[in-house]
Structures are given as C-alpha cells and as structure tokens.
Ligand binder design. Structure first.
Ligand code: 5AD
Ligand code: SF4
Length: 487
C-alpha cells in the first residue's frame, strides 16, 4: 500500500466540486422554501471526531445547515454517518440506524445518505450495504476524506450510487479542509494517521492504513493560528502519537515541545501513547511544562506477558510498570488512564489475575474496559481457545469493580484541594451546575456561589473559561466542587 500526499494541485477540483454542490443544494433550498440541511452522526474515537469536524466544514461550505439535534436519528436533506469499527456492536448500530433513515427517505425528508469511516474498510460491511441498502448514495473510506466533495458531486450528478474504497493511504494537511470545530475552546489536531503495529485483535491498521505523519511546519502553523483564534486546549492526536515521524526525521517530542512553546494554550493533551515507545523524555516534558496536561493515556490491554505476546504488544508487564511508576514519581498530582481488554483468546484465570495485579499497582485514575470481541480479518479472530461469554462477563465484572473503586479513590484524593478547571459548559444533570476538567483530566461538576455569579452570563458563556474550583465531594466518575475564582 502506498502513501500519497495530497498537495494543493488538487485543491482547485475540490473547490469546484464544493461550488457545484452549493448550487445544487441552493436549488433544494428554493424548492423546499427553507435552508437545505445536514445531519452528521459520529461514532468512535477522537480521530473520527476530528474527521467529522472536517466533514462538517465541507458540508457547511456546500451551503448546508446543521440540523438541531445533529448526531441523533433525525431527518435532514443530507445524512452522513461516520462509522467506527472498534466499538462493540458497531455493525448493529450502523445497520439499525440505516433502517431508520430508510423511512425518512421514503417520506422524502432525506434525499442523500453517505456512509464513511472505519467500518467501510471491512469488505463485508460494504457488500452488505450494496446488497441490502440501495438507498445509500455514497460509501467511501477514511483515507479519502479529502475526496468527499468530488465523490458526492459525482453521486448526485450521475444519480447513481457511488462506492469508493481505495487501496491507497492518502494524507492531506488540515489546511486543505474547511474545519468546523465542535468546541469553541478545544481544537483537535491530528499529527499522524494510521498504524503499523498490527495488534492481533485490532482492525485499525486495516481500516486506517499505514502510519503517515503531517509536516511539522504545517502542524506548527496550524497551532499558531489556533492560539491566535483563542483556543485554550489543543489535543495532538494519532493512533500512536509516539510514532510521529516528520519529513526531516522529527519525532514526537519535537511536536510536543513546539506546542508547549506557543503562548495561549493552557492545556496541551496528546493521545494515544503506546507503552513500547513512550519515553522518559516525554514524561519529563509533562513534568516540566506547565501547559502540558498532567495526564497520560497509556493502553495496557493485558497484565499478562503471555497474553501481551499473543496480542503482538512488544512490551511486558515490568516495562509497563516501570513507565507508570516513573510517571507517578515525576508527576505527583497527575493521572494515568488506560485501555484493557478482558477475555482475549487463551486468557486463563492466572493471566486475568495478572491484569488485576497491574491495575492495582498502577492505581489507574480511569480506564476504558472492553470485552474482547472478534474482528473479522484480524489474526486473533482465528485463534483457538476463544473464551466463553460467561467467563468473559464474570472477569469483566471483577475488573470493573476494582477499577471503579480505584477511580473513586482518585476522585476522593482531590477533595479539599483547589485546582484550575477549564470549563466545558453546563452539566447535563442540572442547569445551574457547570462541568469541566482539571489539568489531570478529572471530570468536575461545580456550582458558582452567589457572590461570584454574574447575572449577565448564561452557562454557555462560561464555556472555555478558566476558574479555580475547591473540591467538596467525590463520586465514582467525577468530583463535585464550588468555584472560588473566575480567571
Ligand atoms: N475487542 C475488544 N477491544 C478492542 N479494542 C480494540 N480492538 C478490540 C477488540 N477486537 C480496544 C483496545 C483499544 C481500544 C481503542 O479499543 O483496548 O486500545
Ligand atoms: Fe490497534 Fe494496536 Fe494500532 Fe492501537 S497500536 S491502533 S490497538 S493495532
């Protein structure tokens, strides 16, 4: 598979397709007597969210308006589903949702359906759409995001369904796209795409192709622009950020250092890191730079060396623990989160107890826990000794009990302290409660005392502001507190 850099010579065709679609949708607006609309449904990880910000930017450039409640199962003239193949039951979600959108199509409420994202790199899914979902107009894979306007224009103008799955790994710089950012304070900045690791359970290397990195100078330019626009938080994204390799051999610490130097960012986050190549240099940078988040997301997957080998994860329990202890020593008020898979083929009770031991020793502040699930096309899918469902659920429950207890303890350790919070907005639980995160990524729900209340401000006005909060109470997944100072 080759990697192709998309350069500006293709931009004229991209702009032309957007222009033609603008005209097309303006015709739809006129005939309906209201603006033409889109609904964008996004599943999966932050890289998919970042792709969706580009999809939204392109859709808006075509003159489409986002519907109220975008992301829900609601009709719009154009529906785009950006799928994920890592999430449990992703296929059931997609095909169930397509069934709902069929009814919107037959009522004339939706005229175009496009499906993209990692699931479209699994041939069975594409075949199923071709066979059983004739009303889907466009199918394309994540590698071809930069071709979305051209593919959509061709599908629309030829009144023909278009299925475009490519064998190439393209990389287009962010500056190629109009980007409609989801949050006004947080910018998602992918620095590399794809993965070369081929963990035996994982579909990502097949779905997202080989590793390819953006140019450091382009990344720095984008970061400077974002800082000028007032973004307070930047998330440097990659399936494995530590594999970043710039055109002149620059490695990830150079990206992190460049980001940390830019004035204006209060929070620089990065994810995910692979335990095999996280270095003490990165941990030292977290400890030394006050604007790099004091949080490390370091997927463990299993605490058994035997299972890690079967997973093709080239590190062992000792290496992992060494990194975790180094981080705890250097970043005493920091947090470590992880991903863990339970019930990988061949996992014995002893292997699982090994995972529990590592979890206990690392005292993870939070964890994403997964029950192993077979992904067609991966090596583990054909391994013998798949673990019975009841054994997996039993182990999963035990892991969850332990991890919930650790997360609660991590939140409890915050009570009585005062820390800076980046406000994300109104809490979903109550209108007078705001929600935000600490530098260590702890989720905090807090009130504003009357003395600090500004009657001219709504909860939305606080989004993206910084404040100090005193923590008063711990919950299993969050901390409660009260604002002591707005910054
Ligand atoms: N089964 C269960 N969990 C998986 N993950 C990836 N593939 C699978 C699978 N086949 C989990 C890993 C990864 C996270 C994003 O999803 O823990 O780190
Ligand atoms: Fe998947 Fe492993 Fe690559 Fe992560 S490092 S995306 S788990 S193959």
């Amino acid at each position: 598979m080759s990697v192709i850099r998309v350069d500006s010579s293709e931009k004229a065709g991209f702009d032309k397709a957007i222009e033609e679609l603008r005209e097309y949708f303006s015709g739809i607006s006129k005939s309906k007597g209201r603006p033409a609309t889109y609904n964008l449904l996004t599943y999966g990880c932050q890289l998919n969210e970042s792709d969706s910000e580009k999809l939204a930017g392109m859709l808006q450039s075509m003159g489409l308006q986002k519907i109220e409640g975008s992301g829900e199962l609601a009709p719009a003239d154009v529906v785009v589903m950006n799928t994920c193949s890592v999430r449990e039951n992703a296929d059931k979600h997609l095909f169930g949702n397509l069934g709902v959108f069929k009814s919107f199509c037959s009522k004339g409420e939706t005229s175009i359906i496009a499906v993209c994202g990692c699931m479209m790199k699994v041939p069975e899914n594409v075949e199923k759409i071709k066979r059983s979902y004739p009303y889907v107009n466009l199918v394309f894979d994540p590698q071809q995001l930069h071709r979305f306007p051209l593919l959509l224009r061709d599908a629309v103008s030829m009144h023909k369904r278009s299925v475009s799955i490519c064998g190439e790994d393209y990389i287009a710089e962010d500056s190629y796209f109009p980007i409609e950012r989801e949050r006004k304070f947080r910018a998602l900045v992918p620095i590399m795409y794809g993965c070369n690791n081929f963990c035996t359970y994982c579909i990502v290397p097949y779905a997202r192709g080989r590793e390819r990195s953006r140019d450091l100078s382009e990344i720095v330019e984008e970061l400077n622009r974002l800082a000028d626009q007032g973004y307070k938080e930047v998330m440097l994204l990659g399936q494995n950020v530590n594999s970043y390799k710039g055109a002149n051999g620059e490695r990830f610490p150079a990206v992190l250092e460049a980001a940390a130097k830019i004035k204006g960012f209060n929070r620089i986050r990065f994810m995910s890191s692979h335990p095999k190549d996280i270095s003490t240099e990165i941990v030292d940078m977290v400890a030394e730079n006050p604007n790099i988040e004091t949080h490390l997301h370091l997927p463990l997957q299993s605490g058994s060396d035997r299972i890690l080998k079967l997973m093709n994860r080239p590190y062992n329990r000792e290496d992992y623990l060494k990194t975790a202890h180094y981080f705890r020593e250097k970043v005493p008020n920091g947090a470590i989160s992880t991903d863990i898979i339970v019930g990988f083929p061949g996992e014995t009770e002893e292997d699982f107890l090994g995972t529990l031991e590592v979890v206990k020793e690392c005292a993870f502040d939070s964890a994403f826990t997964f029950q192993y699930s077979k992904r067609p096309g991966t090596k583990a899918a054909s391994m013998e000794d798949q673990i019975p469902h009841d054994v997996v659920t039993d182990r999963f429950g035990r892991l969850l009990d332990l991890q919930n207890d650790l997360a609660y303890k991590s939140n409890l350790a915050k009570v009585g302290k005062t820390e800076e919070i980046l406000i994300e907005g109104q809490s979903s639980t109550a209108p007078d409660i705001l929600t935000g995160r600490t530098m260590s990524n702890h989720l905090v729900n807090f009130t504003i005392p009357d003395a600090l209340k500004d009657p001219g401000k709504t909860s939305d006005d606080y989004e993206g502001m910084l404040c100090d909060v005193k923590f008063t109470n711990a919950r299993p997944y969050s901390v409660d507190g009260e604002m002591v100072r707005l910054k």
